[in-house]
Write a protein that binds this ligand. Structure first.
Ligand code: ADP
Ligand code: ADP
Length: 229
């Protein structure tokens, strides 16, 4: 199956006091092929986060279907969820946990047998081995971002989704995150990332889909898309 299949997905948010809610996705369809780095590009308000949040199970779609690794997110949510790791935009761990505890906890949620070994492996992979026992709140922004990636990879999902991983980060951290993402992709992880930087998508992605006002307006291999511009 494709890593992700989005089929005619519509999202209308609830409106206030009987008003009609915002139509954030107007029937979006695309596939993410296995093994790629796939960029979902579009300006603020285009609907990128809505789409990611639907895949994460945080937002209910209005209609249409979504599959992760062949598992329908409504019919087979547990298998769908096990097939994906999500790196959200916001920091989502307890500031008084250590990186090691954040990963141990996450491994516990997934019932991972060799949690200790997996946590050590991941801390090394994101270059946080020496910070394993520091409070998360004492980590730099870059370290926190890398810890989020490690947290998303605890259950070894075949698909990793990052929502605006480099929004508002400095050049050095952006380079670190790119390296981390391309490294995981080389090991076989399918990567989907949202961004509003065309340049970033061009450098990093095999394929780019462009979304604007809740509609998909392009979906092409990066080379063809750049050739058009
Ligand atoms: P992007 O991630 O591309 O910036 P979003 O998916 O966050 O876009 O937003 C798409 C549209 O849906 C925007 O018009 C936004 O204001 C609206 N929207 C997002 N979240 C909500 C929500 N919880 N309730 C109502 N409208 C929302
Ligand atoms: P299950 O339905 O399999 O019991 P949960 O929904 O309770 O799983 O969550 C499992 C793990 O995923 C928990 O560690 C939880 O903190 C984490 N999680 C849930 N939502 C998010 C999110 N938006 N970002 C990061 N981690 C999340």
């Amino acid at each position: 199956p494709p890593a992700i299949r989005i089929d005619n997905v519509v999202k209308r948010y609830a409106g206030a006091r009987g008003e009609e809610g915002k139509l954030a996705l107007k029937g979006v369809s695309f596939d993410v092929p296995q093994g790629q780095i796939f960029g979902l590009l579009g300006p603020n308000g285009a609907g990128k986060s809505t789409l990611i949040n639907i895949l994460a199970g945080l937002v209910m779609k209005t209609s249409g279907s979504a599959e992760i690794w062949g598992f329908d997110i409504d019919a087979n949510p547990r298998n769908a969820k096990r097939s994906i790791g999500i790196v959200p935009q916001e920091i989502v761990f307890d500031p008084f946990f250590t990186p090691y505890e954040v990963l141990e906890n996450q491994a516990g949620f997934y019932g991972i047998a060799k949690a200790l070994r997996r946590s050590e492996e991941l801390l090394a992979a994101v270059h946080l081995a020496d910070k394993r026992n520091a409070y998360a709140r004492a980590l730099s922004g870059g370290m926190k971002r890398r810890l989020l990636v490690a947290k998303a990879m605890v259950h070894s999902p075949p698909v990793l989704v990052l929502d605006e991983p480099t929004a508002g980060v400095d050049v050095e951290l952006r380079r670190q995150l790119w390296e981390l993402v391309t490294g995981l992709n080389k090991e076989g992880v399918t990567v989907v990332l949202t961004t509003h930087y065309l340049e970033e998508a061009e450098q990093l992605c095999d394929r780019i889909a462009i979304i604007n006002h809740g509609e998909l307006i392009a979906n092409k291999p990066t080379r063809e898309l750049v050739g058009m511009a």
